[in-house]
Design a protein around this ligand. Sequence first.
Ligand code: SF4
Ligand code: ZN
Length: 301
Amino acid sequence: MKCKICKAPAAVALKSHNAAFCPDCYKDFFARQVARGIEGQKLFTRDERILVALSGGKDSLALMLELARQDYNVTGLHIDLAIPGSSAAARGVVERFCAKHGLKLLIKDMAAEGLPIPAVKERLHRPICSACGKIKRHFFNKVALDEGFDALATGHNLDDEAARLFSNTLRWDTAYLSDQGPLLPGEHGFARKVKPLWRLTEFETANYAFLMGIENHYAPCPYSPGASFTVLKGLLQRLETAMPGRKLDFYQGFLARGRPVFARREAEEGVELAPCPQCGYPTSSGDLCGVCRIREALRGE
Ligand code: SF4
Ligand code: ZN
């Protein structure tokens, strides 16, 4: 097979785009998709400071590298969850990656914050992932606002977004459907959140990461539940194999015609947010936010 652009031997074939590319033309293709994702949804500009959440996985590292290559003003943020056997490996990958490419990096250490995930797990006596997600979102938001960044970028790709949309739709969760998308404006004490890889699949991002020599992080979290998302992603992949391009159509159709309807409805119903009396994080409960409640639970030991 030959590259669609320069006719050199192809390295990556993409059915959904009915095309194959050599390594260099593939990197250009990836860059164009990221640029279209940013400009099409007006996510951010080159004058703005972007904080990129770096988990150590290939998606967030690929995002950081491509934004830097496109001259965006990026700084990485890694949250060290202090989970034995996985956090040190993830942190090492992120630190080596940023040092290699000369990229700015901030680290937030949950052990130093008094919130190491194993201690939270021990204390809560319930599945840890929802509390862990809450803690990560809290600190991503806090660092973005405290350090004056214009937006917080995450490495969610089309597979993540389509699976989340599928899951929200199966439950007709109108609150989540109203604010799912590549751009969540900053308001009510929340930083602007953006997902520049929303047009690219896991496969496409993995190919870019491989061609760019991005080191892979092989130590998965020992608490990983093997989530239901894996099932939904598998179903969507079968659909994509039978009907190439359908995954992007599903998500883009939602952004153009579904989300505005749900967003209007939620705005009419309006949820009141107030700052947490302890840390200032926005909360709908009128009381302590989720992370301050976790801190209280840990103190009560
Ligand atoms: Fe946190 Fe769960 Fe992810 Fe582990 S698998 S890092 S506990 S959200
Ligand atoms: Zn709080």
